[in-house]
Write a protein that binds this ligand. Sequence first.
Ligand code: ADP
Ligand code: MG
Length: 280
Amino acid sequence: ATPTAIMVGTGRAAKMGLLIKNAEALETASKINMMVFDKTGTLTRGTPEVTDTKFKNEEDKAYAISLEAMSSHPLAKAIVNTQDIALKNVTSYEEIAGEGIKGIVDNKHVLAGNKKMMDHFHVVVENDVDYASAGKTPLYYAIDGQYVGVMALQDEIKPGAKELISDLHQRGIKTMMLTGDNERTAKAIAGELNMDYRAEVLPQDKERIVHELQDEGYKVGMIGDGINDAPALTRADVGVSFTSGLDIAIESADLVLMKNDLHDLVVAFDLSKATIKNIK
Ligand code: ADP
Ligand code: MG
């Protein structure tokens, strides 16, 4: 591609709200045949809401929410913001990657996390409602090794996400969702969007998965908004973020969707193809 054509393409992109930070990306975008998506905050709104709460008693719930108040995870924020409870004193706090959080609240050992976390600490979950198959994320709670309750949260799929995936498929681009969320929740959401997925992905694994796809011969695009996404965005052939993403994600991206509109990803791919065609 001639530098002039790329410059013209980059200028056109800017007028459409697509910031191309690296001119080469405009050319590479025309070759992408696998688009990888972060789930939370990218395909979903990233602002989950508590839909179900089931505790053995109010006192246990207060312990659980007091521990959640220590966490900056979006799930924890959603819980703490909606539950009106006097917080107890937390004297120890620890995050367990991919599983949840644990700590000491008023001298009791409190665990909050997914099923993997409960299995890890040998807690027997006494809950028979299948929240996950409905696309909700269940979080379980234990005090001093005993199960005390569950909360389920739902993070809505963004408007336009389903259409975006089908538009990409129509262009011969495969799609994959990556998430730290549990297998069944991921399956429900990916099913709704009609895309492939990998669940229970640890933050450091996102980059590895992008690399593996490249080794399989794909030209890989990756879109995400979080700290966890940054290494994968750098690794991808074209990294994409949007203005509502964290600075670190935007810095790691080659392409930034300035209008925060997922559909602009298709606009970018089409523009890239048109630019390359004009050159040849
Ligand atoms: P992701 O943000 O993609 O879900 P994380 O590694 O941050 O990935 O979290 C993985 C899982 O650990 C979450 O989906 C949730 O099940 C559990 N988890 C994380 N933080 C908390 C928390 N504050 N309370 C309960 N569970 C949590
Ligand atoms: Mg995210």
